[in-house]
Design a protein around this ligand. Structure first.
Ligand SMILES: *Cc1c(COP(=O)(O)O)cnc(C)c1O
Length: 385
């Protein structure tokens, strides 16, 4: 079993539980970030990301940069849009609002297409918006971690290509990459940004992204300079290309320890077919959602088709507060997260089920969490219907 000291099981929507080998790759001795051994590891890591995102198009460009998931928004906002350009932001909650805010920070002009809490903008409305105005880019939060709402990417991308073919399609995949299907080439996506600590299962600290040749061209064609230094693709693109070609290169020091951990995590993920990983997350998610319903509880994402497979946002019964139940769960060794969607924050909790807790058959994390959830509700005075 795990060599980690006994600890409460972290079942929040990131960071998630880590595999021992992933953690241990961080205790590697210090290496030069431009030495041949590390350059090879970094280069392989970038090539493995192509497989994770399912892209074989040589013009696709992966980036791994020290920072959190939020840095992905900066990469998009600073490099792919210019001040005054219009972006259609599909809003599903807290994280879509954050992306819009970031775009605005760099001078872009986001239009938010909002949906009621627990739902997502529908294709006909999106089609209408795209045909009324020309947008440089559309952004979508694949899984909005504040609501557990899953957006449908394949049909959305097909719609955008049909109605507004020049519009770049950018996905916030921070809570979906490595637990929900993403076919970068097949769906003709232009950008997917994510982070190390969610379904990829590597400690926090890396911004991970993939951009299409078309997105890189949009960056090349900019008329205005990039208003960021650290997040400028001008500074990072050739560094990533050099690493992947196993050539030493320097702009800002990467974290060799984190890159080693990411290499191990990707090795493990890619050792099995991705389709198997996605269906496993689906199966476990279905079971969790069934248990939640059988307890008489409702999910924030009301429509089953809009429910994410790596997390579940659960409304608490009347009279039970987030601050009542989380400590009770904690005593049973289960860590869930509270709500963060501002309209409903005090009314729901979030259960993250991604990565090793779902895929490692030796772990009982999910069953333990489900039993603990029921017991904790009862301990808080809840009577199951
Ligand atoms: C977690 C998350 C982010 C932010 O990532 P950080 O690593 O916290 O900066 C952005 N978008 C989504 C969908 C997320 O789940």
């Amino acid at each position: 079993m795990s060599k980690q000291p006994e600890h409460p099981t972290l079942l929040i929507p990131g960071p998630i539980e880590f595999d021992d080998d992933v953690l241990q790759s961080m205790s590697r001795y210090s290496e030069s970030h431009v030495g041949p051994a590390f350059v090879a590891t970094f280069g392989e890591t970038l090539s493995m990301l192509r497989k994770l995102f399912q892209t074989t198009d040589p013009s696709s460009q992966p980036f791994v940069i020290s920072g959190s998931g939020t840095l992905g928004w900066d990469l998009v906002a600073a490099n792919l849009v210019e001040p005054g350009e219009d972006v259609l932001v599909l809003s599903t909650g807290y994280f879509s609002d954050g992306f819009a805010d970031c775009l605005r920070t760099y001078g872009a002009n986001p239009t938010q297409l909002k949906a009621p809490v627990g739902s997502r903008p529908q294709l006909p409305e999106i089609e209408k918006a795209l045909s009324e105005k020309k947008y440089k880019m559309i952004t979508v939060t694949h899984v909005d971690t504040s609501t557990g709402v899953l957006s449908e990417l394949k049909d959305l991308a097909a719609l955008v290509h049909r109605v507004s073919p020049e519009t770049l399609i950018v996905v916030d995949g921070v809570c979906s990459v490595a637990c929900e299907e993403i076919a970068f080439d097949e769906w003709k996506l232009d950008g997917v940004v994510t982070a190390s600590q969610k379904a990829i299962g590597c400690p926090a600290g890396l911004s991970i992204s993939m951009f299409s040749g078309r997105a890189m061209q949009a960056f090349q064609n900019r008329k205005t300079p990039v208003a960021s230094y650290f997040a400028s693709m001008k500074n990072w693109t050739h560094i990533m290309q050099n690493y992947e070609a196993k050539k030493p290169s320097y702009f800002a020091t990467p974290s060799p320890q984190l890159v080693h951990a990411l290499h191990t995590a990707l090795d493990q993920i890619l050792a099995r077919p991705l389709s198997e990983r996605f269906s496993r997350h689906r199966e476990v998610s279905d079971k969790i959602k069934q248990t939640v319903s059988s307890l008489g509880l409702k999910q924030v994402a009301a429509n089953p088709e809009d429910q994410a497979h790596g997390m579940t946002a659960i409304y608490l019964p009347e009279g039970i507060k987030v601050t009542d139940i989380l400590p009770v769960l904690g005593k049973k060794g289960v860590v869930f997260a509270g709500g963060i969607h501002k309209e409903i924050a005090t009314k729901y909790i979030r259960f993250g089920h991604m990565g090793v807790s779902v895929t490692d058959p030796r772990r009982q994390d999910i069953d333990h969490a489900l039993t603990s959830l029921e017991d904790s509700l009862v301990a808080c005075g809840y009577k199951k219907p």
